[in-house]
Design a binder for this molecule. Structure first.
Ligand code: SAM
Ligand code: SF4
Ligand code: SF4
Length: 340
């Protein structure tokens, strides 16, 4: 029988529903807006293996989170498919009572080898990142000269394995706004929802400037001129993407507009880094060291008490504050470290 769930609310009354788990900080890409290769070079100090949470430690934490009302888990990275035997973690997470949805965010390069195993382990959905449909543009963005075909093969492998696929495209002015229409055209009739993400000021190294943000409105207008769109209602409370369906009845797109239309009021997410720190916001500067407690032999009750306290004092609403014009030059965690 399911243990009783104790829902917890933060300072602003938001429930804790989603757990995002970063399983590794390394990546096989060097996307310019996330891990610019000038910063993340040969000598960059990635986490040593001993610092990474083990699968057992991750599962134990996820079990405690489920007792506090978490129902959804997203696995991310770095590139999560670089973590050895990831399917074994998925399998264990899938057995946790109360967890009804497990998803993965990936650049898809390693999906042809892993999609089937991941699906068999209980993975239901993948979000695949693809920022361009033209090779020349994509090669420059991913910083590794990888063309579009390997990603398309990864997408096909996911579909063949029975995984639901959504595509994420970060849009940055001067980088790939030319790809908005080609991407929309290419995926319109495919069984895949394309979602555009406004370029965000995560981390400290991606040279973010408001001038480089292509707004949700601009993205929708660009598509609407050629292929008319109409707004659609959210699928569920707290859905981060605004949905738009094509007026001709074939397909839809989404836009994640954390810059021009922030959604902190419905943010029910907590993030666990690969080295066992908990962050209550994507734009946080520091995290709560839960690994220390785990490795000191803390009981489950003690873990739960700490998690409840952490959530209860959460006041984060960084994107709303940005929209209110409150400047904040604090040092932030890197996107490749926390995983989005
Ligand atoms: N490597 C995996 C991938 O790319 O899907 C998972 C980790 S990646 C950090 C997760 C997501 O964050 C990707 O969709 C990526 O495009 C997005 N992302 C990274 N930096 C971003 C930024 N500055 N603004 C908006 N989205 C960003
Ligand atoms: Fe790697 Fe994903 Fe960041 Fe690109 S966005 S560098 S694939 S972690
Ligand atoms: Fe949630 Fe922080 Fe993003 Fe607001 S800025 S939606 S609180 S992660």
């Amino acid at each position: 029988m399911m243990e009783q769930i104790t829902p917890v609310k933060d300072f602003h009354g938001r429930l804790l529903k989603d757990l995002r788990i970063s399983v590794i900080d390394k990546c096989n890409f060097r996307c310019t807006y996330c891990m610019p290769k000038e910063i993340f070079g040969h000598d960059y100090a990635f986490l040593p293996e001993s610092e990474l949470l083990s699968f057992d430690e991750i599962v134990r934490l996820a079990e405690q989170f489920a007792k506090l009302g978490v129902t959804k888990i997203r696995i991310t990275g770095g590139e999560p498919l670089l973590r050895k035997n990831l399917h074994e973690l998925i399998k264990k997470l899938n057995q946790i009572e109360g967890i009804s949805d497990i998803a993965l965010t990936t650049n898809a390069i390693m999906l042809p080898k892993q999609a089937k195993k991941l699906r068999e382990a209980g993975l239901q959905r993948v979000n695949i990142s693809l920022d361009a449909i033209e090779d020349d543009v994509f090669k420059l963005i991913n910083g590794r000269g990888v063309g579009v075909q390997p990603v398309l093969r990864g997408i096909q492998a996911a579909i063949d394995a029975g995984l639901k696929v959504k595509l994420n495209m970060v849009v940055k002015k001067g980088m790939n706004e030319s790809q908005i229409l080609p991407m929309a055209r290419y995926f319109k009739e495919k069984p895949i929802i394309l979602r555009f993400i406004e370029f965000m000021d995560v981390g400290n190294h991606n040279g973010w400037d408001m001038k480089n943000v292509v707004s949700k409105q601009k993205i929708i207008d660009t598509i609407h001129k050629e292929m008319p769109l109409e707004a659609a209602e959210a699928n569920y409370y707290g859905e981060v993407a605004s949905r738009f369906r094509y007026v001709d009845g074939v397909g839809e797109v989404g836009v994640i507009s954390s810059v021009t239309d922030s959604f902190c009021a419905s943010c029910t997410r907590i993030r666990l880094s690969a080295d066992g720190k908990l962050y209550t916001c994507l734009f946080a500067s520091s995290g709560f060291d839960i690994k220390k407690l785990l490795r000191e032999g803390c009981s489950n009750d003690q873990l739960i008490t700490n998690l409840m306290k952490l959530w209860a004092r959460r006041k984060d609403r960084y994107s709303d504050e940005r929209a209110e014009g409150k400047h904040n030059n604090r040092k932030k965690i890197e996107m490749s470290y926390i995983g989005g």
